[in-house]
Design a protein. Structure first.
Length: 110
């Protein structure tokens, strides 16, 4: 009985954590100036592009700016590599709270 209860609690904990992770991810339109562009290759040899943009944030009433990575994977890597520092990035991106980064879903053309 004790073992069954421990397993049930453990399963409930994992379901809660997975649900929280899904709930914290949100799509957002980013409209930001590109600080830097880096083209990289993952461990499997697939190219990707990382663009750093600066976001204004507030924590406990304190305003600050922070560089945040915006990742272009798969077919989007080539599009991401075409950006240059100083240009404006307009994309729909998914925020990943675990890595404090964005993954680009769609580029918004003017």
């Amino acid at each position: 009985m004790k073992k069954s209860m421990a397993i049930l609690i453990l399963v409930a904990f994992f379901v809660t954590m997975i649900s929280f992770g899904m709930a914290s991810a949100a799509d957002k339109i980013l409209d930001a100036k590109v600080d830097s562009v880096t083209q990289l290759t993952d461990k499997n040899g697939n190219p990707f592009t990382r663009i750093i943009v600066t976001e204004d944030r507030t924590l406990d009433g304190v305003a600050y700016s922070k560089g945040v990575p915006v990742m272009f994977f798969g077919d989007m890597a080539t599009i991401g590599s075409s950006y240059k520092a100083g240009e404006t990035l307009r994309v729909v991106a998914n925020y990943n709270a675990d890595y404090d980064s964005y993954t680009v879903l769609q580029v918004i053309s003017d």
